[in-house]
Write a protein that binds this ligand. Structure first.
Ligand code: B12
Length: 442
């Protein structure tokens, strides 16, 4: 069979005013540009395990409405899905089906709402694709696709296939993703990442992760690796071993992690030595009230709140840039939250800041709770699940106050002067000190 693997690409926001104000600001443009070129690791992974008798082609669709003709000649089209671009993914699927090509939909959104997705495809795959992909191929070849595929159990990452990085056009990508773990030990109410696909927190064997990085290095001379883990570096023993292996690979890398990395000096030194450029940490709230009950198992994030500022400084003292991530509009937040985030970012001397609006993605405990409380606005308009648009009634402000406060904070926090200050302060204070420490120890 000839199989088309399609990812929707690009960054989305519906708030036209925010787009007008924010998207030209230096602090915003920099990060958007670097990440916007990431390919779909999910689809590359499926391509990697596709038997060689089939031929796979990977492509990305930025704006379906601008495409008069679609790439054609496929016997099967497989589309990956995030909520924000689901309407476009459905339109794409409808067009292929109208042309007589069977379509399979998978990914986070289709897994959360398989009944909705079923209206636009021949087969929906729920959960981790590796667990079921060979069955889909077998049935598609026999012209016998089932309407729904759901793996009977967890996919064991010991069996993880090598993603087909060689399918990518090398000049189009500056960063590549590698996944070392799936799931997260913490269960934050709003989380819409791989925790929706797996009940367990699980690691890929270290030799497999290193083999993926080596494959990437065969294609890209100086790759920048972005770990696509929800929460990397949690299992300190595993990561120390992995980082020892990374040291010899001479790459730069980025990961999303939690604040606990600051407790382990040996880990921080290894991160720096193995090329860690930046970590993104879900701090979520600069005020304790916002964190209350957010992590559903042990209130983990609230308990760590008193250490936040000192932890950030400690991580940055190793020359590792911290991108502090805040979710605005949590139930404990009042209209002061915008100033509080700004103030915190300044005092903690964060290199980078990421602000998002709390978003009730389908399938999350947050979506269920807000629905029960009759607090959802625009439910079902998934194109608004961008992390930049307000889709619910906040507790201590109006939804307009939330969106207006967010716009003002975007302008303030990504403005030229403050962005320059953040960069220069990091370079002068943290990077220089880390270099001295390195020289002293060698
Ligand atoms: C890398 C990344 C991106 C990249 C690349 C996206 C891409 N095309 O894959 C870029 C920067 C472009 C991006 C953009 C956006 N992203 Co993003 N991104 C991530 C990130 C960090 C990692 C995703 C990843 O690679 N996972 C690993 C792979 C292996 O998993 P997977 O894709 O889920 O695939 C598995 C299964 O889902 C399944 N599967 C997937 N597709 C298919 C298809 C078929 C046919 C089958 C059978 C199976 C299958 O099999 C795979 C293997 O098991 C996650 C956060 C995180 N830490 O996970 C956010 C995340 C996925 N992004 C998110 C969001 C909101 C966005 C944006 C909407 C932001 C915006 N405002 O524009 C955009 C739009 C995305 C789009 N184009 O549709 C949300 C999505 C939530 C949701 N449920 O929809 C996440 C979870 C982050 C969050 N804060 O909540 N993102």
């Amino acid at each position: 069979m000839r199989i088309g693997l399609v990812a929707m690409s690009g960054i989305r926001a519906c708030d036209a005013e925010l787009l007008r104000l924010g998207l030209t600001l230096p602090g915003f443009v920099e990060r958007s540009k670097t990440i916007a070129s990431l390919p779909s690791l999910g689809l590359l992974t499926l391509a990697g395990m596709t038997p060689s008798e089939h031929e796979c082609e990977y492509f990305e669709v930025e704006d379906i409405r601008k495409m008069d003709a679609l790439p054609n000649g496929f016997d099967l089209v497989a589309i990956s899905s995030f909520s924000a671009q689901m309407a476009e993914a459905y339109e794409l699927a409808d067009r292929y089906r109208a042309a007589g090509v069977p379509v399979v939909l998978g990914g986070l959104h289709a897994s959360a709402l398989p009944d909705e997705a079923a209206g636009h495809c021949d087969a929906v795959v729920i959960g981790e694709g590796e667990a079921i992909w060979l069955d889909v191929l077998r049935d598609a070849e026999a012209g016998n696709l089932k309407a729904r595929y759901e793996p009977a159990g967890e996919f064991n990452l010991d069996d993880a296939p090598m993603p087909a990085f060689e399918m990518l056009e090398p000049s189009r990508y500056n960063r590549l993703t590698v996944q070392a773990s799936r799931g997260c030990p913490w269960h934050c109410e709003f989380c819409a990442s791989s925790i929706l696909l797996t009940k367990r927190y699980k690691q890929k064997p270290i030799d497999k992760v290193l083999a993926e990085i080596d494959r990437i290095r065969e294609i890209w001379q100086r790759p920048f690796i972005e770990f696509a883990d929800d929460n990397a570096l949690v299992n300190k023993r595993y990561w120390k071993e992995l980082l020892e292996g990374l040291k010899t690979r001479k790459i730069h890398w980025f990961a999303e992690t939690d604040i606990s990395v600051h407790q382990d000096e040996e880990l921080l030194a290894l991160m720096r030595d193995s090329g860690c450029a930046q970590v993104l940490i879900g701090l979520e709230s600069p005020v304790e009230a916002g964190l209350e009950g957010l992590e559903l198992k042990t209130d983990w994030k609230r308990k760590r709140w008193p250490q936040y500022k000192q932890a950030i400084k400690q991580i940055q003292s190793h020359g590792i840039r911290v991108d502090g991530c805040f979710v605005l509009g949590l139930d404990g937040h009042t209209a002061d939250i915008f100033d509080q985030v700004y103030q915190f970012a300044r005092e903690a001397e964060l290199y980078d800041v990421q602000i998002t609006i709390q978003t009730p993605f389908p399938g999350t405990p947050l979506h269920r709770r807000l629905k029960r409380g009759n607090r959802l606005l625009h439910d079902g308009q998934w194109q608004r699940c961008t992390l930049f648009d307000v889709n619910y009634r906040p507790q201590h402000m109006t939804s307009d106050e939330l969106s207006e406060g967010f716009r003002r904070l975007t302008v303030r926090i990504y403005g030229e002067e403050i962005t320059k200050w953040r960069r220069e302060n990091f370079n002068r204070k943290y990077l220089a000190a880390a270099k001295h420490a390195e020289e002293d120890s060698s």
